[in-house]
Design a protein around this ligand. Structure first.
Ligand code: SF4
Length: 207
């Protein structure tokens, strides 16, 4: 009778949330899960978790290594001088933080003294990143810095050998470039990062 009237039974309406509602619920769950996470030892030394920030429907996703001291203090990735440089780099290719861009790190908690994250910490934390990628569904990922690139591509190759090509992570095209914090210490490599971003922009136009 209901079908004849073009109506779905009530039980089916309740049982089948729309994809948008499902995604909304998953965002809420992961945003609650990360600050409560104690899956690895980094929870003991963090000030707070650094979840990620930006447009949750972005085409561009930038992924760095792990929060530094300022990020740990403020709860946002890529802040301070490195963050300013990143904003300038984005502006140079017509992008703006938060507008069609999402920024996150492989790890959500700061390793003490900015040491490299350990393999077990990465293994425990990457499910969060994978879920963020699955929800955002970016068209292109830019891995920023040696650690992010090596982790996402499961390689120990150097950044210089990984640049200039398109890889895939979780089915999403991925390009490698330098981390802005590295560029602040190695100014001559800025021109290489610029070339990487131009390459990323050209690649995006083909996706
Ligand atoms: Fe959890 Fe990741 Fe923080 Fe470890 S680094 S405690 S896995 S959120």
């Amino acid at each position: 009778m209901l079908a004849e009237m073009g109506l779905a039974p009530l039980w089916r309406l309740r049982a089948s949330p729309t994809p948008e509602k499902r995604a909304e619920r998953q965002w809420i769950e992961i945003k609650q899960a990360v600050p409560a996470c104690i899956a690895c030892g980094l929870h003991k030394t963090r000030t707070q978790t650094v979840f990620g920030v930006g447009d949750e429907n972005a085409d561009w996703m930038l992924i760095g290594e792990a929060p530094g001291a300022e990020e740990d203090r403020l709860g946002e990735p890529f802040v301070g001088q490195a963050g300013k440089l990143l904003d300038n780099m984005l502006a140079a290719i017509g992008l703006e933080r938060g507008d069609n861009v999402y920024i996150a790190n492989v790890l959500k908690c700061r390793p003490p003294g900015n040491r490299n994250p350990g393999p077990e910490e990465v293994a425990k934390c990457t499910p969060f990143l994978k879920q963020q990628i699955a929800l955002i569904r970016p068209k292109l990922i830019v891995a920023m810095g040696r650690f992010a690139a090596q982790t996402l591509l499961a390689t120990d190759a150097s950044i210089s050998s990984l640049r200039g090509r398109v890889y895939k992570y979780e089915g999403v095209p991925l390009i490698v470039t330098y981390h802005p914090a590295y560029l602040l210490r190695n100014l001559p490599d800025k021109s290489k990062a610029w070339a990487d971003l131009v390459f990323a922009k050209k690649t995006m136009q083909t996706l």
